[in-house]
Design a protein around this ligand. Structure first.
Ligand code: ZN
Length: 680
């Protein structure tokens, strides 16, 4: 073979490989990235996994970059203002958001809900200001979309007499400096197939790179000052003005790709952990107090400082609104809030469009630690429990609290650390399981300091033993809770979580578990009162809800519950009702979960665990018809929940489904209906 043939063959081989790569990644869309050259602009984007490039000269008549699934960009309107003003006064209303981290959908949802933009994402905040307090970059996979959206929105705001401020956070500066340790895998793909290091997509030769480099670090509006991390005493004592802070970053820190160790003391104070982009001192009650807040704001000659960077369960005020923390954990992509200022009042702007007064003493409006784990964090989150595990298990029958520490973390961020106590709970499982269910009691002052409500208990159900089958069983039990919440809004909430048990000797074990809502948290959420004392009878229960519960137990084939002594049942009294509602829990003995250790319930010791038994008295025809209709209407929803349980294998999901099919065959048979009615 001639060398030239060999080269051709090799090139076509590379081409085939590249094509396979694009095929595998055909869902990827990214860009556009616009590079500014002397006599043309080059657009690069990823479309269905393939790199596309187009050069645009000044003579081209093409107006818009307009590719489906990508931001639309007006190619004739790529100019932008350089943010050089640092202070604005007489602003009648503003909104602030921070740490979006690639969660573009949630950004849009929040801005729409609070009327900053309209339903087609155009500015609708009149002459108000929107401050984005840094960290658009990293973690999520829709960073480029947020950048183009803000690029366009700032033009619209300006036209309306308003203003968008995009302040840089540490993650912007990291990317501009070439640190790509936190980028989403999607951007590694863009970088690889476009053969461009990711930071070069934002170099000072690119449009977005130039735009980002024109942005401020800090800005003040009326009596408020905004900055991503915060101003530490160290920085404040440098007697540096806000506009000098912006200048130092624009002129010295941003252009220098590497901040060398031998840099001046001044630059390193500005850049590292005490600098305005990294400082986390305000949220740390041991290192900060209202006196220090007064000192810093006195030097700044401002009323309040508004910062992001440290993730909280919601927008939160400290020291009488002197410090406002607005990183509301949008980074997990599930929930978030805005800070709103209107008519001289500060509000938390919620996702559903509501506004609540921002109040440092607000106890009611705060999330509980359970709510945070359930609603906010994503599936990468690990709950680490540090305690004398051996002692806990050796004394498991005593069910006494022992000291522990809980760490909530993922690999990307500062962990949350809480002092706590932990004890074993459960009836049978505490005897049967090597890892029985636990109850964690969080230290209240640690909760307060992290912005949580006083609701301090979280229940934890762990895989009973260290085996694959027990890992599956605990997931199946969680799925039953999910199904139960479908029939009854009064169901306890549960969520799968990986638990890292660390003994005092530093031995680690990661196990599967789920968090389960504690009854106090549950009662507060549904606005009811738990009734713990006295004997209850089925006649004391709200009949319709009771029948739904009984049929649910029949569906999953669970006999391990008793109304009279509330065995695996909570009873709750709701406002405007004079009968009780039953809330079922602990489904590990149900035949659908098929626990290895399940034995016939002590209620019906003679009965096979696999045998269905409808435990209701006095069922009349109209009731039976109504409940059958209710369950028949829910069939598709059950199916969807089961199919969506991707944490279980397809085989397990199918088994779940056919178990439920059997239930439907039974309840829809005439013979069965007759027998149930005549039995009464
Ligand atoms: Zn940050």
């Amino acid at each position: 073979m001639k060398p030239s043939h060999f080269i051709l063959l090799f090139l076509s081989f590379l081409f085939v490989l590249e094509d396979m790569d694009a095929q595998r990644n055909r869902k990827i869309f990214d860009g556009p990235y616009i590079t500014i050259n002397e006599d043309n602009k080059e657009c690069m984007w990823i479309q269905k996994g393939r790199v596309r490039r187009q050069s645009i000269t000044p003579y081209d008549t093409i107006d818009f970059f307009d590719i489906p699934n990508l931001p639309k960009v007006d190619l004739h309107n790529l100019d932008f203002d350089i943010d050089s003003t640092v202070s604005y006064s007489n602003v009648s209303h503003f909104a602030a958001i921070s740490d979006v981290h690639g969660q573009h959908e949630l950004l849009i949802e929040l801005l729409t809900a609070q009327g900053i933009i309209d339903s087609v994402q155009n500015w609708s905040f009149t002459d108000g200001h929107l401050v984005v307090v840094g960290d658009i970059f990293d973690r999520g996979d829709r960073v480029t979309e947020s950048l183009w959206f803000l690029f366009e929105l700032e033009k619209q705001a300006k036209k309306a007499g308003g203003k968008v401020h995009l302040l840089l956070g540490n993650h912007e500066v990291m990317v501009l400096h070439g640190d790509i340790g936190y980028i989403n895998p999607k951007y590694r793909y863009t970088s690889r197939v476009s053969r461009t290091p990711y930071p070069d997509l934002f170099s000072d030769k690119t449009l977005l790179g130039q735009w980002l480099r024109s942005k401020n670090i800090t800005v003040s509006i009326n009596d408020f000052v905004f900055v991503h991390g915060g101003f530490s005493k160290k920085v404040i004592d440098k007697e540096i003005s806000l506009s000098q802070v912006n200048k130092v970053f624009k002129n010295e820190i941003l252009p220098d790709r590497i901040i060398a160790n031998d840099t001046t003391e001044f630059i390193s104070t500005m850049y590292f952990e005490n600098g305005p982009l990294w400082y986390r001192g305000y949220a740390n009650p041991e290192g900060f107090d209202s006196e220090q807040a007064e000192y810093i704001l006195g030097k700044l000659n401002k009323e309040s400082i508004i910062v992001g960077h440290t993730s909280m369960p919601q927008v939160m005020s400290l020291y009488d609104n002197r410090v406002i923390l607005i990183d509301s954990s949008i980074k997990f992509g599930k929930s978030g809030e805005l800070l709103i200022f209107e008519d001289d009042i500060l509000y938390r702007g919620l996702q559903n469009g509501d506004r609540l007064l921002l109040d440092s003493n607000d106890k009611e409006g705060k999330r509980s630690i359970f709510d945070y784990l359930f609603e906010v964090v994503d599936s990468n989150t690990i709950l680490t429990l540090k305690t004398d595990v051996n002692h806990l298990l050796e004394t498991k029958l005593d069910k006494e609290y022992q000291t522990s520490e809980v760490i909530i973390s993922d690999d990307l961020d500062e962990p949350l650390v809480f002092k706590s106590r932990v004890k074993v709970r459960g009836n049978m499982r505490k005897k049967l399981c090597t890892l029985p269910p636990l109850k964690i009691d969080f230290n209240k002052s640690d909760l307060r300091n992290h912005g949580f409500s006083n609701n301090d208990k979280v229940k934890l159900v762990l895989q009973c033993m260290d085996s694959i089958s027990q890992e599956i069983s605990v997931k199946k039990e969680h799925l039953v809770y999910e199904l139960y919440r479908q029939i009854d809004t009064l169901g306890l909430r549960s969520k799968l979580i990986k638990v890292n048990l660390i003994t005092d000797e530093n031995e680690k074990e990661v196990v599967q578990g789920f968090i389960l809502e504690d009854e106090e948290n549950f009662a507060r959420r549904v606005g009811g009162k738990l009734i713990k004392k006295g004997i209850v009878r089925p006649q004391s229960m709200q009949r319709e809800a009771y029948l739904k519960m009984v049929f649910f137990q029949y569906m999953i084939c669970n006999n391990d519950w008793v109304i009279s002594n509330r065995h695996n049942i909570e009873t709750i009294l709701l406002d405007n009702h004079n009968r009780l509602f039953a809330v079922a829990y602990d489904f590990d003995y149900s035949a659908i979960v098929a626990q290895e250790y399940a034995v016939p319930s002590h209620v019906f010791p003679s009965m096979d665990v696999e045998l269905r038994y409808l435990r209701v008295k006095g069922l009349i025809k109209a009731e039976l018809e109504a409940i059958k209709k209710f369950y028949n209407d829910e069939r598709d929803n059950f199916n969807n929940i089961i199919q969506g349980a991707s944490y279980l294998s397809e085989e397990e999901r199918n088994r779940f489904n056919s178990f439920i099919d059997d239930f439907y065959k039974i309840i829809n048979s005439k013979k069965w209906a007759k027998s149930q009615l005549s039995a009464n």
